[in-house]
Design a protein around this ligand. Structure first.
Ligand SMILES: O=C(O)CCC(=O)C(=O)O
Length: 310
């Protein structure tokens, strides 16, 4: 469903470089999926009450398999230097969990149709690929989350080409209400650069999607609310065949249960977001369609089968 707000946000992303698409995913759908977030993260109540198991989540010596923080390190190549002022601190990035998740609802949220529709509309093509997929949780007090303003140079191995038709779309789908005190990203409009420009806060309720282009200056800010937390899903898209853009890869998880269940629930268009060849592609033979059905029990393989030999 393309609403006026949806179209306004597309226009804002194209001309100002960023937008918050408010309430893109209904809050009820977010809440249902977030019930399953606690398989991966300590609840904020547990963390802030000092529960030792929850606290150990952010300690390197944690061996608890229930929580699996991905130690991604500082994406921007700098370690933290103490707790004061803006900096990329290693602990800012400890709360990352990579797709696919142990929860089917969270996996489905990663490619929610309204998010995918928005990306296709904004990027001006239906042929897009998901290239960043993870959940990021922050809790007040884990570290100082304040970063310097930066443009993301870590999604592309060559300089960005900045014209419509070439842009990738970076985005955060909010899984919790992101408001003052719990770290709404600060963003500068296109053409503005630090210092001296007035940052805007990308606050929004859960279900909202912050989208920005790589040439937009932005930064994470600290969480100051007592007992506060912020959860979001990184969902970024690129044009098909733009191999120079990338971040996460999915093949390494594609023989595990959560992926298999997720893949079996996908349409051809949904699997194509991960690079799977569409029905009618020369890749497919009758034997391979059989093998697809064996690999992903319950998948509706009829579109692939019906397109054979056409
Ligand atoms: O967490 C945020 O609000 C922004 C983070 C960010 O810009 C980054 O790590 O590159």
């Amino acid at each position: 469903m393309v609403t006026t707000e949806f179209e306004t946000a597309v226009e804002q992303w194209r001309t100002q470089g960023w937008a918050v698409v408010h309430d893109l995913v209904p809050a009820a759908e977010i809440d249902e999926a977030v019930d399953e977030l606690w398989q991966h993260f300590p609840t904020p109540a547990d963390y802030h009450s000092g529960n030792p198991e929850a606290r150990s989540y952010f300690e390197n010596e944690s061996t608890d398999a229930r929580y699996r923080p991905a130690s991604q390190g500082a994406f921007h190549g700098q370690g933290g230097k103490g707790d004061e002022g803006p900096s990329f601190r290693l602990r800012q990035f400890l709360g990352h969990v990579l797709f696919p998740y142990d929860s089917h609802l969270l996996n489905r949220l990663q490619i929610h149709p309204r998010v995918v529709d928005f990306a296709k509309c904004a990027m001006g093509t239906d042929d897009i690929r998901l290239y960043q997929a993870r959940i990021w949780g922050k809790y007040t007090g884990v570290t100082n989350y304040e970063q310097p303003f930066h443009q993301d140079g870590n999604h592309n191995i060559v300089p960005d080409r900045l014209e419509l038709g070439w842009w990738n779309l970076e985005g955060f789908l909010y899984l919790s209400d992101v408001e003052d005190g719990v770290g709404p990203t600060e963003v500068l409009s296109l053409g503005d650069s630090p210092p001296g420009s007035n940052p805007q806060s990308a606050a929004g309720r859960r279900g909202s999607y912050l989208v920005y282009r790589t040439d937009v200056w932005h930064r994470g800010v600290n969480l100051t609310r007592e007992g506060g937390s912020r959860f979001l899903m990184n969902i970024a898209f690129k044009h098909a065949h733009h191999e120079w853009i990338g971040f996460d890869s999915f093949q390494q998880h594609s023989n595990r249960g959560p992926w298999s269940k997720f893949a079996a629930s996908c349409t051809p268009e949904e699997l194509a977001l991960f690079g799977a060849p569409m029905p009618g592609h020369p890749y497919w033979t009758s034997e391979l369609v059989d093998a697809l059905e064996v690999r992903y029990q319950g998948i509706d393989a009829s579109p692939w089968r019906e397109a054979l030999g056409k």
